[in-house]
Design a protein. Structure first.
Lengths: 170, 257
């Protein structure tokens, strides 16, 4: 069976039981594999909004444009949206680079780099703009590696595949 | 709960700036149309159902409760009276909303019927076909309980949907299936939990220990996602823990917060 129905309609005690799952003490040692950790971490960052203050540099001209574009959208949604403003895509790339630079674990570094390349792929696929100094051959190699990672969600994998195709065309 | 992890790798990105309801409210006060629309959509998504269920439990007939819900959102919430006065130092938004709703009902009674106050045709954004039926399982609960119950069910649905999507979209559907059969199904169907040996057989898992680890992994993830979702409507990580404790208490005892 599958959980197709809503929790709405269950008895209050059952909802309390579900909340209880979240309140349980977890094991001190996480049993999650490295791959699981990366998948979870990536999912969390993609679900969050682009940090407002982190992304606004000391460029007054850019300020209003960035504020308008942010509007609380998640990183994941912005990366997959063809309409996302290219200035904001650059901000996401910069943000990911900063995350990577201050990463305290390898998993976090991998995940930050994935978002970094996600921004580059968005610019390439939806805006036909190269926002990096990497050559297309170098990018193709990176996109290829990323498409093979199981911990990357399918929708982001599709973006990398399309990015790969664009790099290979030229 | 693994509080340390919550603030680092597993529970949300350190150094990032997750969107919370209060930050959305703050941004909407600047008058920017995009920010305002984001806030309106989120408020409707999160709160219209609890408001409607609260009114039904107060004894209002279905059509009146619908009208009052629409009127409340149209005039008070989206009309910005509520937002402009919202102050995060004065407590939780959920409680603030409920107080405003009570005041609205009193004002409506003063001015006789709800219908006289409503704009002709109501407002389009509430899908009136999707108004829920009040759960029949708990007819004696208070209106406040109905409000909190509905809000809690919304939160849990979001968490479970997100969790399922996450595991299925990252090539780990078996993790989700094991968690579902072992943890969720007994709660949803009120049945005994499925044995690990049956689960191993069903999904071709080599050992029971491996299946048990899968359950722990998804439970831990459930806890993490629940906290992230709850964090969007409170001011601090500590309040998230309070919310969880409070909801378990409200839902277990049937009392009103």
């Amino acid at each position: 069976m599958d959980r197709e129905s809503s929790t709405f309609g269950l008895g209050s005690d059952r909802l309390a039981q579900l909340f209880g799952i979240g309140g349980d003490e977890p094991p001190a040692q996480s049993s999650a594999s490295e791959s699981d950790k990366k998948a979870e971490l990536l999912h969390d960052i993609l679900a969050e909004a682009v940090p407002l203050f982190d992304s606004i540099q000391d460029k007054p001209d850019d300020f209003k444009q960035t504020i308008d574009a942010l509007s609380g959208e998640s990183v994941g949604k912005l990366l997959l949206d063809p309409e996302t403003n290219i200035a904001l895509i650059r901000k996401i790339k910069d943000y990911a680079r900063r995350l990577s630079g201050r990463a305290e674990s390898q998993a976090r570094r991998y995940v930050s780099n994935t978002i970094y390349y996600g921004a580059i792929a968005n610019a390439l696929v939806f805006h036909e703009v190269l926002i990096t100094k990497f050559s297309k051959a170098e990018l193709a190699e990176s996109f290829q590696k990323l498409t093979n990672q199981q911990w990357i969600p399918e929708y982001l994998g599709c973006l990398f595949e399309e990015g790969l195709r664009r790099c290979q065309k030229t | 709960m693994h509080k340390g992890q919550q603030n680092t790798e597993m529970g949300g990105a350190r150094g990032s700036f997750p969107t919370t309801l209060w930050s959305e409210i703050g941004r909407s006060k600047t008058g920017d149309q995009a920010n305002r629309m984001t806030l309106e959509n989120n408020l409707l998504q999160r709160y219209w159902k609890p408001v409607y269920c609260y009114l039904r439990r107060k004894g209002y007939k279905n059509e009146v409760a619908k009208d009052l819900t629409q009127g409340f959102f149209h005039e008070i919430v989206l009309g910005y009276e509520l937002i402009q006065k919202a102050d995060q130092t004065k407590g939780r938004f959920r409680t603030y909303l409920l107080t405003a709703l009570d005041r609205y009902i009193i004002s409506i009674h003063r001015k006789e019927t709800a219908k006289k106050r409503l704009p002709s045709g109501g407002i389009a954004r509430l899908d009136t076909d999707s108004f829920p039926n009040i759960p029949a399982v708990e007819p004696k609960r208070s209106p406040e309980h109905a409000f909190h119950y509905t809000w809690a069910a919304n939160i849990l649905d979001r968490v479970l949907d997100e969790l399922k999507d996450e595991y299925c979209s990252t090539g780990r559907p078996t993790h989700w299936a094991v968690f579902h059969d072992r943890i969720l199904m007994p709660i949803f169907d009120n049945t005994a939990e499925t044995s690990l040996s049956d689960i191993c057989q069903e999904y071709g898992i080599e050992t029971q220990k491996k299946a048990a680890n899968m359950v722990i992994t998804v439970k831990r993830r459930f806890a993490s996602v629940l906290r992230r979702v709850l964090r969007q409507s409170v001011q601090s990580d500590d309040e998230v823990e309070e919310e969880i404790r409070e909801f378990i208490q409200i839902l277990s005892n049937g009392g009103a917060a």
